[in-house]
Ligand binder design. Sequence first.
Ligand code: PEP
Ligand code: MG
Length: 534
Amino acid sequence: MPVSDGVVIAPVHLLRRERRENITAYTLSPGEVPRELARLEQALQRAGAELDALIEAVTLRIGPAQANIFLAQKLMTQDEVLVAQMREYIDQRHRNAELAIAHTLDGYESLLQEVDDDYLKERASDIGEMRRRLLDLLQPAAGEEKSAVDLLGDASGCILIAEELTPGETVLLDTTRVRGFITERGGAASHAAILARALGIPSVSGIKSILTAFEEGDMALLNGTTGDVVRMPGERTLALYPALDQIIEPVIEVVAPVPGFQVMGNISLTTDLETLNRMEPDGIGLYRTEFEFFSAGKALNEDEQYACYRTVVEAMGGKPVYIRLLDLGGDKSAPFLDLPKEENPCLGYRGCRLLQGEPSLFIPQARALARASVHGPIHIVYPMIVDVTQFVTLRTLFNQHVAGIPQGTISHGVMFEVPSACLEAAEIYSVADFGSIGSNDLIQYLFAVDRNNDLVARDYSPDRSAFWTLIRVMADAAQAAGKPLSLCGEIGGQPQHLPRLMSLGLRSISVSPRLIPLSRATARQVLGARAAAQ
Ligand code: PEP
Ligand code: MG
């Protein structure tokens, strides 16, 4: 699972540690109970003080939003129910504070791990971190469960490999010593992942048994944007990452635009504009507008959406801006919409089908986009289009909804991500202004392989001829129509695929902002090699 963007090549440092299972256990005589309660109280207070220091450090180093992760942990040390449960365990069972902590927190940790919600599941690791912190404070000499920082030893400039990193460990990582990390557990929504992204440390997670696949000091190539990890990369692999020296630096070097090849950036929130602008993109190739809704936890109204779209259009100062209509449903479920539960949401009420069925969602967005177009041209991308009729129907509705609003230049195009639409590319180009290949979903629907399922991750790959046949169909259709075709899925940022995309005629991609330099460097190399061969 890709967790935090960036590419790094470095020797690995293996972090092996055992969870503290041998917890000191003893029984108390009734007279010893008050002393044990005081020990517990003292540990909770000291943990609170440690967390205060951490909150201050994180606020300074990263920002107040990330510091809230530790504020939440601090609040746990003061949580009345949690503390009362620990006290009760000591008081009623006459057992020691260590056991009370382990018993209480293990219960919550396993409850959270069982919840069918990735976000809540990830919170289990916060409880695990609190458990370790409190036990360390009670048993400092035991040292059975050392933190990542202690275990780093003399390692420097390495990629850390661990079963899991806690948020507290991640934030204390010295970025000159740890250039990236790979973990067996911990998803993209974990606090460790959020902090890694804020610190700009490339990271990949979800590789089971990775600790046994590497020997200490082995070289590894880690691509935190694609989720690729290569052990002992050979010359041919390294050649795919031509600008590696520039790219691994903590502040990513800007790579100048490549004549004849457009590299735009994908954004999800207006707050992504800052990183994007640092990369000097050729435009925004995909703005995933539904993420503004997720971030607000509600459906935004017309004015709120207008403010976002205007900001984005103005930030690009006339460069192309592709804004996608809300792509809700499927794996991007929107609890705030209160939609019926579906057995098969990825094949259900999602994308353009949902927009067609829910005018209360579609109308405010259409109107907000029309109003924002006064500030600069907008390309509107229609997600999950299945055939030409669906596109034309929805575009007609769009035009009806915005009639009478003063507008600038608006063009309408299709996201090619459902195989049926790709096969119909020529018909679609006869009415659409442009196309954009959404390879993430295209791979999912073409090969019937869930893009978010670890169990089938090995099978989620474009390396089959059927995929490239479809790319050719779309590229040929675009060329025949003389209209633009871009690709905004993740494979655009994967250097191993770019040469093939380019050989089929693609001259425009849109990638995660931090990958713009890598994609440009690769495209320049491909074009240079081609020119030299002629
Ligand atoms: C895609 O499907 O390739 C795409 C770019 O959109 P998303 O990842 O948001 O589905
Ligand atoms: Mg998609």
